[in-house]
Design a protein around this ligand. Structure first.
Ligand SMILES: [Zn+2]
Ligand SMILES: [Zn+2]
Length: 137
């Protein structure tokens, strides 16, 4: 995605575009497709942006999420953000800690569930295991 794509979505959420926010946007863009926590980004950019705070990074990610540019997921008690906004399963490797996207058909998943009269409004799929790279070792 282009930088403009992220900048536009921040503008739509009435966020002013500041150099700090652009640094976060550039990190997201450079690591797309990917999964990241606010802390991970904060640690990666704090040398270049000494006045930025973790809360600022988190707020920018939240704004990008509410604009539909990023999705978030809860994993091991931490909020992760990701650039892949299509429905997919997230596979966490318990050895290296990497998160991999896996394609899954949302319709067939929902059809396979016995909803028993309940109404599902949102689904997220998290899988855990050992990734291909770690299995080779
Ligand atoms: Zn792994
Ligand atoms: Zn993902």
């Amino acid at each position: 995605m282009e930088r403009e794509f992220y900048v536009d979505s921040l503008r739509k959420s009435s966020f002013k575009i500041t150099p700090q926010r652009l640094t976060v946007i550039d990190y997201v863009r450079d690591h797309s497709p990917g999964h990241f926590t606010a802390e991970k980004i904060f640690n990666a950019i704090k040398e270049d942006e000494p006045t930025i705070t973790l809360a600022t990074v988190y707020n920018i990610l939240k704004a990008l999420q509410s604009a539909g540019t990023l999705k978030s997921l809860e994993l091991n008690g931490t909020t992760w953000f990701e650039t892949n906004t299509r429905f997919h399963a997230n596979f966490l490797c318990t050895v290296c800690g990497n998160i991999y996207d896996m394609d899954i058909d949302e319709d067939s998943l929902l059809r396979s569930i016995d909803v028993d009269g309940n109404m599902i409004e949102q689904a997220s799929v998290i899988l855990k295991g050992v990734c291909r790279e770690c299995r080779r070792k």
